[in-house]
Design a protein around this ligand. Sequence first.
Ligand code: SF4
Length: 231
Amino acid sequence: MTEREEIKTLVSDLHDHLSWLKAEGFDTWKSEVPFSVLQDNPPPLTLRGIRADLGDCQRCRLGETRKNLVFGVGDAKAELMFVGEGPGADEDAEGEPFVGKAGQLLTKMIEAMGLSRERVYIANIIKCRPPQNRNPQADEIASCRPFLDQQIAAIRPKIICALGTFAAQTLLNTQTRISDLRGHFHERNGVKVLPTFHPAYLLRNSGEKKRVWSDLQRIMVDLGLPLPERK
Ligand code: SF4
């Protein structure tokens, strides 16, 4: 996370906490909040708090082999969140999601929407790289998923763009193929989910870029973003 992003996240967390205190009837951030209040109506989740809770996570075996835990990057109040499968070698080395070749393509896709990586939030279903990029196993997903759910609850995006089979099927709790899921809005706990192909798949199948662009345009329309004029 850049210094600027950290300050933005900090301000956003502080704002949420102050709003919560106000809603609970306290008028200063120095107020001592009784335990009973914290228990009945806990303060809002913050990305900083979720990251602190993860710590040097060893809740599943992937903790033993990863170089870096890849938490997520972007705007803590983003309207649009991208969720992929899990970190690859580049992401494991840098501790940031989508920084390899597929990540560079995702960045271009985001920019084509008139946005930037700083204006959206990018995360994965699992936060540590599976050895040799194998598929994550069910118990690994079960250990890691609560933290993604908490990130989604903290950010409260309007739309989640699920990248690829694994993210779409996990988020929507289905075995339906990505080719059938993509291009339509689905609903998950009150958040719209639009699955599309993973950028890594697009690198191997450039003919599918058109379909992905049409999926992204659906998101743009829903977010009220201007569509580029047809040439
Ligand atoms: S994949 Fe998730 S649960 Fe497993 S060690 Fe990493 S952060 Fe923890």
